[in-house]
Design a protein around this ligand. Structure first.
Ligand SMILES: *Cc1c(COP(=O)(O)O)cnc(C)c1O
Ligand code: SF4
Length: 322
């Protein structure tokens, strides 16, 4: 069988620190800041690497994806599993925490590895992408109205696997909405293939995409075009963002991001307070600053372009609005 183009592009991603360092022409002092053997693997698609200015570790993209020695800083309150997700694992690949909706952990793989990822220590099932037990759980749990395909990134899976999951979910009466949580199109928009769009167009249920993006620099016309093709297939397009120090914790960056995506048919859903995972202390922004920024944004943006500022508090029945 032919390997899809997006798989080939995926294989060309940077995964070695020495290679990205050469590509970005980092000088000695910048090289010294990089963490050569990070515990959370380095992975960066070429499309994003090409948007990073040469020899620049302070741009919003290098900060999100290049492992720095700051990841070694240990601090009280920064732990392995801050959201306590492990206790909500109802089947091997299910996190059922909130009423009416649950996460299907479809894969551990992503297009890129974000250094602040809250699930970087999650012990992903190493088994094949087979979801029999999970689908049985969803079928018998009639209180559910929505299934969220999460991971990792569900778009790491092949169209064949996604088709099987989607058709099975589409056939369950009480499931009304199928949601994707994905960042894949930001790194590899080629993933949105005609065959994937066709799979979606055959579903009866409402599809929602929540894409994850943190800075307007992450986007380009190819990405907007890919997301538009999803919208033209009746997909509702939302975005969630993590508040990140030195990346988007200022009014200009957030305003640009929320306006740019809104103008492209994507609406800001959540602005997340950082989940305090070990190794992410350098991304921490105080809640007080987040509250100030959200209040300022409300003055200059329409309501539909202003996300809810939320925090994941373990055991809370929903994401807590700050
Ligand atoms: C964030 C999250 C959801 C989705 O929450 P919404 O408020 O519906 O977006 C569902 N399950 C888990 C475990 C989550 O962390
Ligand atoms: S895309 Fe999402 S799940 Fe994957 S590394 Fe980034 S934040 Fe984590």
């Amino acid at each position: 069988m032919d390997i899809p183009l997006w798989r080939k592009i995926q294989k060309e991603s940077f995964s070695k620190i020495s290679e990205i360092s050469d590509f970005l022409q980092l000088d000695e002092s910048n090289n010294k800041k990089l963490l050569e053997k990070p515990s959370f693997r380095f992975l960066l698609p070429r499309r994003i690497a090409e948007k990073i200015p040469k020899n620049n570790l302070s741009c919003p993209l290098s900060k999100q994806f290049l492992p720095l020695k700051e990841e070694l800083i240990k601090k009280q309150g920064f732990i392995s599993d801050p959201t306590c997700d492990a206790i909500f694992q109802k089947e091997e690949k299910i996190l059922h925490k909130y009423q009416g909706r649950l996460l299907l952990i479809t894969t551990g793989a992503c297009a890129m590895n974000c250094r602040f990822c809250f699930r970087q220590n999650f012990s992903y099932p190493q088994t094949k992408p087979i979801f029999e037990r999970e689908l049985a759980y969803i079928k018998q749990e009639s209180s559910l109205h929505e299934v969220i395909l999460s991971g990792g990134d569900p778009l790491s899976l092949s169209d064949e696997t996604l088709q099987k999951i989607l058709q099975a979910l589409d056939a369950i009466d009480h499931i009304q909405i199928i949601r994707f949580h994905t960042r894949f199109p930001i790194g590899i928009p080629e993933r949105i293939t005609p065959s994937f769009l066709e799979i979606l167009s055959r579903l009866k249920k409402q599809i929602i995409f929540v894409i994850h993006a943190n800075h307007a620099n992450e986007f380009d016309q190819d990405i907007f075009q890919a997301l538009k093709s999803l919208r033209l297939h009746n997909v509702q397009m939302l975005m969630h963002t993590v508040l990140l120090k030195g990346i988007n914790d200022d009014l200009t960056s957030l305003k640009n991001l929320f306006l740019t995506v809104s103008a492209n048919g994507i609406f800001p859903y959540y602005l997340h307070q950082l989940d305090q995972v070990e190794g992410t202390t350098h991304f921490y922004t105080p809640i007080k600053k987040g509250l100030f920024l959200i209040d300022e944004l409300r003055k200059i943006l329409p309501g539909y372009a202003t996300p809810r500022y939320v925090q994941e508090i373990p055991n809370a029945p929903y994401k807590t609005i700050l």
